[in-house]
Ligand binder design. Structure first.
Ligand code: SF4
Length: 411
């Protein structure tokens, strides 16, 4: 029987933080103050926070629908309303749940429904789906929809890309002022950007602990502990949380605690998590002696460029320099660098059926990386939320064969 990894104590505190976050949003939506802004996960959250909005991230709700395995039962409701089963399953799960009148927030926190938006702000730096997703709610509630139509597939991030995004941020301000009743204040924006940068510094340190062997935390732990970086960046609570987690990691590292006991192989994960199968994947890989030590996905909340001295330009840069916004040459260099730094012996690509934007296996990148790095790669077919696209049996068989390949390589 596989030894269970030792629990991370900070998790208890994180659960309380997340409860406070959702209960605060619920209260704001019911009382009408502060105003609620919906924001995409790598959207201009700092601008919204600086203007006093309670900020809600629907992708986080999408992931909860996946993790609680409610997604598969509600996606068909959105399909019946005209949203294709082939598009983002965060979108279809979220809209399906809304149309059906259910949310995982009820079982978790006693909250009846998702917080109604006063304004919706998207950034298409990650995909076009977010604009359509937010558009549904803007029409439904008849509330303003604002957003950044971003450049995509960038090699170098150039001056004109940054200038364009800065001017789109600034164009939103009158809409946000009208909805919130709060006048834009550059010093509040500077302070929020400073807090977000501090959050990035700490989150990066958390991820870097996995360069140790054995790793005190795996990708599967990261998918849970990234929540404050996603929904609380720009606040002091996120910094306090990561200080707590970093202290625990330091201790785990000093004691040689292995998050995947018996770690023999170190792997990189590219692509979305399979939210409804995190435990199965973690236990199967752990049982094969494999620790997933680094991932593109969890690195997506590292925003190196934030700079309080130049908040608009640095926000534009941070949200354009992200992995998902870049071209394949950049992405390949990025994965190569992290794979080398974390000493990985193999790479898993998750081909998520409904998210081509986060599936980097489709244009021969695995083959090129395997050749460059001299390590094998495995593609797992699945999805972030729609478990009809994922077969436990097939994934398990593929992972077992991959572990054999890793063993042969190591011999
Ligand atoms: S990047 Fe993928 S998972 Fe995220 S919102 Fe877009 S389509 Fe959905």
């Amino acid at each position: 029987m596989t030894q269970a990894p030792p629990p991370i104590n900070a998790t208890k505190h994180m659960k309380k933080l997340m409860a406070d976050h959702f209960l605060g949003l619920d209260r704001a939506a019911r009382e009408g103050s502060p105003k609620v802004a919906w924001c995409t996960s790598v959207g201009p959250a700092e601008l919204l926070l600086s203007m006093g909005f309670a900020v809600y991230y629907p992708e986080n709700h999408g992931a909860l629908l996946g993790a609680t395995r409610m997604a598969t039962e509600v996606i068909p409701v959105a399909n019946a309303a005209g949203y294709s089963p082939d598009i983002c399953s965060y979108l279809t799960a979220d809209i399906g749940a809304f149309l059906k009148g259910v949310t995982p927030l009820t079982a978790a926190y006693g909250i009846k429904s998702i917080p109604k938006a006063d304004v919706l702000v998207f950034n298409t730096n990650q995909c076009r789906d977010v604009a359509d997703w937010f558009g549904f709610y803007a029409r439904h509630w008849n509330v303003p929809l604002a957003g950044v139509c971003s450049h995509r597939g960038l090699g170098e991030v150039k001056r004109h890309h940054i200038d364009d995004v800065v001017s789109q941020f600034k164009d939103m301000i009158p809409v946000l002022e009208k909805v919130s009743g709060v006048k834009f204040d550059i010093d509040r924006l500077r302070e929020t950007v400073r807090l977000s940068k501090e959050c990035t510094v700490r989150w990066r340190k958390v991820l870097e602990y996995a360069a140790l062997s054995p790793t005190p935390m795996t990708f599967f732990d990261h998918t849970i502990h990234m929540a404050p970086a996603v929904v609380l960046r720009g606040t002091q609570e996120a910094l306090d949380y990561y200080d707590l987690l970093l202290a625990e990691l330091e201790q785990r590292a000093a004691e040689g605690v292995a998050a995947a006991p018996g770690e023999r192989y170190r792997l990189y994960w590219d692509g979305m998590p399979v939210w409804g199968r995190l435990r199965m994947l973690s236990e199967t890989l752990g049982g094969l002696g494999a620790a997933v030590v680094a991932s593109t996905y969890c690195n997506s909340w590292i925003f190196e460029a934030f700079d309080a001295a130049d908040p608009f330009e640095s926000m534009a840069r941070a949200y354009l320099e992200l992995f998902i916004v870049r071209d394949d040459d950049y992405k390949e260099r990025y994965i190569r660098q992290w794979a080398r730094r974390f000493g990985v012996q193999g790479i898993i690509f998750h081909d998520a059926k409904t998210c081509p934007n986060n599936s980097n296996n489709r244009y021969a990148m695995p083959e090129r990386l395997a050749q460059d790095l001299g390590v094998p790669t495995l593609t797992i077919n699945g999805d972030l939320n729609d478990l009809r696209c994922f077969s436990d049996e097939q994934a398990r068989t593929n992972m077992e064969a991959f572990a054999e390949q890793l063993g042969e390589q190591a011999a």
